[in-house]
Design a protein around this ligand. Structure first.
Ligand code: ATP
Ligand code: MG
Length: 364
């Protein structure tokens, strides 16, 4: 008697399907890009260690990375605490899982709890309607890196301690406690023990964190790393800006004796600045800012430097040899008490010493 007919315009569905496929392609593209970036970042984590101090730190990190022990990185600003924290994660079994970095000094105290623990929908005014995962939850099965932990407000210290003890968290406004499996790495440039004695840091939290403390010395306390770091950043910056600058050996020497209050970060910035602002192909000590040259302790023996410089600046063999000879004679003259002693020191005969002294007497 009646016929029911049902029809639907397919255009919209087809359009949606098309959009969906486009999105899928985009996501795939982003995935590849993220993987590429991750690999590049890993390359960037190439760590320089020439001094025994830094080698020892890398060895400790290597030994403890695979465990879940809490690591506390200590040391002044710019020495590499964040870099070593990342190295711990990259060498651990959690390396494919998230590495969540939280800088305790940059989160305002009022937001700390919601950032760290997350919240359930409608738990406070201004909160996201869907609720939000906290940073600890995001670090589940990975590593949580709490940087500048000395800046953690006391009230938060108590809450963090509870999480570390129970490995469970409850979102703000939530009822359920979730078990979270994360490895903790913390860092600070403050003296936590001193803070404990001043009542600014909880002793119980300090003990929880201080399981494997790693003290990273200031750069001037591990001078052997400096030339290699300069070389590393020189290559890196040259590559980045397609420059071909070189650094003269005497500049290396000056930089090795500078006290680097900003540590490796200062070194990195200086090399970049020099490469970008100095027009000459070779960077000499005169190109360094006065703030550096004025602060350098004079190395005990500058003869080596003067000779090196001679070799770089001069191509005249006879003149260069004479200059080098003059400097060695002058050095022995200062050091030795008699011409016989000088002869022995220089490996030449005493009459030759007399002859050379006469020759260079105006320089002595
Ligand atoms: N061993 C190393 N080899 C090469 N580069 C390094 C090394 N250690 C640190 N760096 C570099 O030095 C810079 C400063 O390091 P990092 O940011 O880790 O220092 P930090 O101690 O965390 O400083 P802050 O206390 O200011 O947070 C970074 O660019 C890092 O890549
Ligand atoms: Mg840091």
């Amino acid at each position: 008697v009646r016929v029911i007919s049902y029809g639907q315009d397919q255009t919209e569905i087809l359009q949606l399907q098309d959009q969906f496929e486009q999105l899928q392609r985009k996501v795939k593209g982003y995935q590849t890009e993220v993987e590429d970036l991750r690999e590049k970042e890993l390359d960037n984590h190439y760590l320089i260690a020439r001094s025994n101090e830094t080698k020892h730190i890398l060895k400790t990190i290597h030994n403890v990375s695979k465990t879940d022990a809490t690591i506390l990185l200590l040391g002044p600003s710019g020495v590499g605490k964040s870099t070593f924290a990342r190295a711990v994660h990259d060498q651990s079994n959690r390396k494919k899982e998230p590495f969540i970095e939280v800088n305790c000094s940059t989160i305002p105290e009022s937001l700390f709890e919601s950032e760290i623990f997350g919240y359930e929908p409608g738990s406070f005014t201004g909160a996201n309607k869907q609720g939000r995962q906290g940073l600890i939850e995001q670090a589940d099965s990975g590593t949580l890196f709490l940087d500048e932990i000395g800046e953690l407000p006391l009230a938060m210290q108590a809450k963090l301690l509870k999480v570390l003890q129970e490995k469970k968290i409850k979102r703000i406004g939530g009822k359920k406690e979730n078990h979270i499996n994360f490895r903790l790495v913390a860092a600070t440039n403050q003296d936590l023990k001193e803070m404990v004695s001043q009542g600014k840091f909880r002793l119980d939290l300090f003990y929880r964190l201080n399981v494997i403390p790693i003290q990273i010395p200031a750069l001037h306390e591990r001078k052997e790393d400096i030339p290699l770091l300069i070389q590393h950043y020189l290559e890196k910056t040259n590559d980045k800006y397609q420059k071909y600058k070189k650094i003269h050996p005497s500049t290396y020497e000056v930089l090795t004796h500078y006290h680097w209050p900003g540590n490796i970060r200062e070194l990195e910035n200086l090399i970049e600045r020099l490469i970008l602002t100095i027009e000459e192909p070779i960077i000499f000590p005169e190109h360094l800012p006065q703030s550096i040259t004025g602060q350098v302790e004079q190395p005990e023996d500058s003869t080596f430097l003067a000779i090196e410089q001679e070799c770089v600046e001069n191509f005249d063999l006879k003149k260069t040899l004479e200059n080098v000879e003059r400097q060695l004679i002058a050095k022995a003259w200062k050091k030795c008490k008699t011409t016989y002693e000088m002869a022995e020191h220089l490996g030449i005969s005493q009459p030759t010493v007399i002859y050379k002294l006469k020759k260079y007497k105006q320089y002595l």
